[in-house]
Design a protein around this ligand. Structure first.
Ligand SMILES: Nc1ncnc2c1ncn2[C@@H]1O[C@H](COP(=O)(O)OP(=O)(O)OP(=O)(O)O)[C@@H](O)[C@H]1O
Ligand SMILES: [Mg+2]
Length: 396
């Protein structure tokens, strides 16, 4: 029996219309009335194009693809958070989902109330929920905060409870988007274990992750999305191998070409230094950023730099070749690498490149690609650096 049937689904976003609240619909309708061309084509974005797949009962499907490939969009369609522009998506049975932090829970309600609310949404009786309540709380490890509104939870606590709820309320279909993004390594392992168990219990799972190892352990089948289309589908090991081989997996590698006169940037990649070609960088890994470029001719005084910007827009690092050595590059192909020791907090970082001389900026692109440091913020999401400087306290 098919639990999920997705047929020829396409999804179009009109940029600038981020969500469909009543107020925004009115604004966009007005905007459409006041601008001459109703919908200029460049303001539209097809997040999914003619996507078709099925998942049968007890099967687990993994979805891989670069940033922006449409993975989360598929999950939002399956969970009815958004609807397809074309095509149909059918699900049979109760769907529980763990999507980006911010969905699923009511911020004003306490942890306890949210467990009951989620159970009710899944169509469970009060008694059914009560029966599972303890195992949910135990799994989440959030006993102390049960009567605190979830809006006061740290992102890690929120995720723990959200995952525990989704995984223990016995859904027919479990939908999980990138659980590695938050939570510590131990909790991540627990989540993966629980997902494997859910699979053995015969639940249908759809799991999106950039962590290909976890995908291999949870899913028997995988689908590779590229720019909103299904590029490949089949046994997980094979799809993952093809995906890796395509070279597109290394930490959201951007192959976007930048050019200025005799200078061409051919690739910018970021990933763990110890495992080239893979994409998942843990907080405790050394991150390597590699920029490949070609110089058609010598540019006098040419200097080059790599910079990083945090998700909050903080320029956390900016290092130029001239900071370490000054050298004239002759015409040729080059690879510039920067190794970043494990000092940054978990976050998503934009990788930027700069080429220029003391007189002129030739290329100044602050976000050519990005990478995410996974792991735990150890309860301190606000800090940029994870340091272990000597700290002492003495009575004076
Ligand atoms: N509400 C929205 N309004 C406009 N565009 C959107 C919206 N949601 C997603 N998009 C766009 O749709 C495309 C697919 O996004 P989606 O979030 O599905 O990607 P993804 O594969 O989950 O990426 P990631 O690996 O970064 O999570 C992206 O170009 C994104 O910018
Ligand atoms: Mg996503």
């Amino acid at each position: 029996m098919d639990r999920i049937q997705v047929e020829h689904v396409s999804k179009r976003y009109v940029l600038g219309e981020r969500s469909n609240t009543a107020g925004e619909l009115v604004t966009s309708a007005l905007r459409r009335l006041t601008t001459r061309r109703a919908r200029s084509p460049q303001r539209e974005l097809w997040s999914l194009r003619d996507v078709t797949f099925r998942v049968s009962e007890g099967e687990s499907l993994g979805i891989v693809g670069r940033n922006g490939a449409g993975k989360s969009t598929i999950l939002k369609i399956l969970t009815r958070i958004t609807s397809p522009t074309d095509g149909v998506a059918r699900t049979r049975g109760r769907v529980a989902a763990l999507l980006e932090v911010g969905t699923g829970f009511h911020p004003e309600l306490t942890g306890r109330e949210n467990v009951y609310l989620n159970g009710a949404i899944l169509g469970m009786t009060r008694r059914d929920i009560a029966r599972r309540f303890d195992s949910i709380v135990e799994f989440a490890g959030t006993e102390r905060f049960l009567d605190t509104p979830v809006k006061r939870y740290s992102s890690g606590m929120y995720l723990r409870l959200a995952f525990a709820v989704a995984a223990h309320l016995e859904p027919d279909i479990l939908v999980v988007d990138e659980i590695l993004a938050v939570g510590d390594a131990e909790f991540q392992r627990k989540c993966l274990g629980r997902m494997e168990e859910a699979g053995r219990e015969g639940r249908t799972i759809v799991y999106v992750s950039h962590d290909l190892d976890s995908l291999r352990s949870v899913c028997s089948r995988a689908m590779w999305l590229e720019a909103g289309r299904v590029r490949d589908e089949g046994a997980t090991a094979e799809v993952v191998r093809e995906y890796l081989r395509s070279g597109l997996s290394s930490a959201d590698s951007g192959t976007s070409l930048l050019q200025a006169g005799p200078l061409t940037v051919t690739s910018v990649e970021a990933g763990p230094a110890h495992a080239p070609g893979t994409s998942v960088v843990m907080q405790e890994d050394v991150t390597r950023v590699t920029v490949c470029f070609t110089l058609q001719e010598r540019i006098p005084g040419l200097d080059l730099a790599i910079n990083l910007t945090s998700s909050k827009g903080v320029r956390v690092l900016d290092q130029a070749l001239s900071d370490s050595e000054h050298r004239q590059l002759e015409a040729g192909d080059y690879a510039m690498s920067l190794e970043i020791p494990p000092v940054l907090n978990v976050d998503t970082y934009a990788v930027g490149v700069w080429f220029g001389t003391s007189h002129v900026d030739l290329i100044d692109e602050p976000a050519v690609t990005s990478f995410t440091l996974h792991g735990s913020d150890r309860g301190r999401p606000g800090r940029v650096l994870v340091t272990d400087f000597p700290l002492s306290v003495e009575r004076v």
